[in-house]
Design a protein around this ligand. Structure first.
Ligand code: DSN
Length: 422
C-alpha cells in the first residue's frame, strides 16, 4: 500500500487487516448487493463511527451518568434522541441498544416476566428470531405463540392473529419481521393488541427508512413501542433504537440500562445522529420512494420471467421468491448468484417443505442499489441477470455466471457507491 491508500494508518499498522478491508471495499463496489437488510452508509456516517467518541464510557443517560467527562457525549446522545423523536414523531427515544436483538430483549425485560406468553410472527413465515421463536432466548424463556401468513395469499391472516391473541392473552405482541414484502397494517395490530390487553411492539427494522421517508405508513400512534435497527433502509450505522409514548419511557430506559447493557457505543450514537439528520432531508424522501419504485419494477420484471413471488409482488423494499417452480433450491441459487456478483440470501418461504439451512427461496431487496442511484430503468437488466443466474445454477453453467459477473461489475462502475473509495 502507498500513501494513496484510503486507510493509511491501518495499512501501516496492520497490512493484513487493511488488505481485507480493501478487498471488502472492492467487493461492495463491484457487486450488485440485493440483501434487503443491507445498505451503503454515507461518508459522513462512516466518519462519525470512526471517531474518538469510541474512547469514552458513558453508562447512564444524558445528565445522569456514572462516569465524568460527559460534556460532549451528553450532547451527542441528546442530538440523536431529539432527532429520532422529531423524525418518527414520538415522545421518547432510546438510542443505546447495541442492535436489533438486544433492543427487542429490552422490550421483554420492560414488559414481561420469564414464562409469560408473548406473541409474534413465526420465523419461517417472515418474522424475526426475537419475536418468540423457539431457538431464541425469547422463545425459551417466554412462552412464544406464533402467527403466520395465509398459504393461499401470502398475507397476514388477521382473523388468526386476533383469535390467537384473545385465546392466549400474550403480554407482548410483536408485528413486523424480516421477510415481509407487504405493507404492515399497524392499525389492525393496534386494535387486536388493545382488545387482548397486550403491549404492541412494531419492529420496523426493515422499513424504518421507508416510514420516515413517507413510503410506508407509520406505526405511530398504533404501537406502544417501536423497535428498529438503524442500519437497514434508515442507512445509519449498525445499531438500534427503541421509541415510545412517554408512559413507557422509564421502563424502556431502565431495561436497556442497567437491565441489559453497560456503556453505550458513543461512536455509533454519533453516527445514528448523522443518519437521522440525513433522513430528515427532502432527498431522503426521494430515496425511500425510489427504493419502493425499484422493488415494484424488479418484482414486475421477475414475474414476467416466470418467477413465483410470495404474495405475488411487493409494497416495500423486499421481494421473497419461491424457486420451487424453477427446480433450483434457494441455497444453490444464492451461492451461484454470489459467484455471478449478485448478493442475495437464501430464505425460507411460508409453508416451506425444505429446511431453514436449505430452503426453497431467496430474499432480495432494493435499498443498496437505490443508494447507488440505480432506477426503475435498470430493473429489467437486474431481473435478467437473476433469471440467467438461477438458470445457470440449475444447469451448473459456471461460465454463464462469470459472464454475468463481468456485466454486473461493468454496470456498477457507472454507479459509484456512497462511502467507498473511488
Ligand atoms: N438479520 C436481519 C435481516 O437480514 O433481516 C434481521 O435481523
Amino acid at each position: 500500500m502507498n500513501d494513496t491508500t484510503p486507510h493509511p494508518a491501518l495499512a501501516a499498522t496492520d497490512p493484513e487487516l487493511a488488505a481485507l478491508v480493501g478487498a471488502e471495499e472492492q467487493l461492495q463496489a463491484e457487486t450488485l448487493r440485493l440483501i434487503p437488510s443491507e445498505n451503503y452508509v454515507s461518508q459522513a456516517v462512516l466518519e462519525a463511527s470512526g471517531t474518538v467518541l469510541q474512547n469514552k464510557y458513558s453508562e447512564g443517560y444524558p445528565g445522569r451518568r456514572y462516569y465524568e467527562g460527559q460534556q460532549n457525549i451528553d450532547q451527542v446522545e441528546t442530538l440523536a434522541i431529539e432527532r429520532a423523536k422529531a423524525l418518527f414523531g414520538v415522545d421518547h427515544a432510546n438510542v443505546q441498544p447495541y442492535s436489533g436483538s438486544p433492543a427487542n430483549l429490552a422490550v421483554y425485560l420492560a414488559f414481561a416476566e420469564p414464562g409469560d406468553t408473548v406473541m409474534g410472527m413465526a420465523l419461517p413465515m417472515g418474522g424475526h428470531l426475537t419475536h418468540g421463536w423457539g431457538v431464541s432466548v425469547t422463545g425459551k424463556w417466554f412462552r412464544g405463540v406464533q402467527y403466520g401468513v395465509r398459504q393461499d395469499t401470502g398475507l397476514i391472516d388477521f382473523d388468526q392473529v386476533r383469535e390467537l391473541a384473545l385465546k392466549e392473552r400474550p403480554k407482548v405482541i410483536f408485528c413486523g419481521g424480516t421477510a415481509l414484502p407487504r405493507t404492515i397494517d399497524f392499525a389492525a395490530f393496534g386494535e387486536i393488541a388493545r382488545e387482548a390487553g397486550a403491549v404492541l411492539v412494531a419492529d420496523v427494522a426493515h422499513i424504518a427508512g421507508l416510514i420516515v421517508g413517507g413510503a410506508h405508513p407509520s406505526p405511530v400512534p398504533h404501537a406502544d413501542v417501536i423497535s428498529t435497527t438503524t442500519h437497514k433502509t434508515l442507512r445509519g450505522p449498525r445499531g438500534a433504537m427503541l421509541m415510545s409514548r412517554e408512559e413507557h419511557a422509564k421502563a424502556l430506559d431502565k431495561a436497556v440500562f442497567p437491565g441489559l447493557q453497560g456503556g453505550p457505543h458513543n461512536q455509533t450514537t454519533a453516527a445514528i445522529a448523522v443518519a437521522l439528520r440525513e433522513a430528515a432531508q427532502p432527498s431522503f424522501r426521494d430515496y425511500a420512494h425510489a427504493v419502493v419504485a425499484n422493488a415494484r419494477a424488479l418484482a414486475e420484471a421477475l414475474l414476467a420471467r416466470g418467477f413465483d413471488l410470495v404474495s405475488g409482488g411487493t409494497d416495500n423494499h423486499l421481494i421473497l421468491m419461491d424457486l420451487t417452480p424453477k427446480e433450483v433450491p434457494g441455497k444453490i441459487a444464492a451461492k451461484a448468484l454470489d459467484r455471478a456478483g449478485i448478493v442475495v440470501n437464501y430464505n425460507t418461504v411460508p409453508y416451506d417443505p425444505r429446511k431453514p439451512f436449505d430452503p426453497s427461496g431467496v430474499r432480495i431487496g432494493t435499498p443498496s442499489l437505490t443508494s447507488r442511484g440505480l432506477g426503475t430503468e435498470q430493473m429489467a437488466q437486474v431481473a435478467d441477470w437473476i433469471d440467467r443466474g438461477v438458470a445457470a445454477a440449475g444447469s451448473g453453467d459456471e461460465d454463464a455466471l462469470l459472464t454475468i459477473r463481468a456485466e454486473v461489475a461493468d454496470l456498477m462502475a457507472s454507479f459509484p457507491a456512497p462511502g467507498l473509495p473511488v
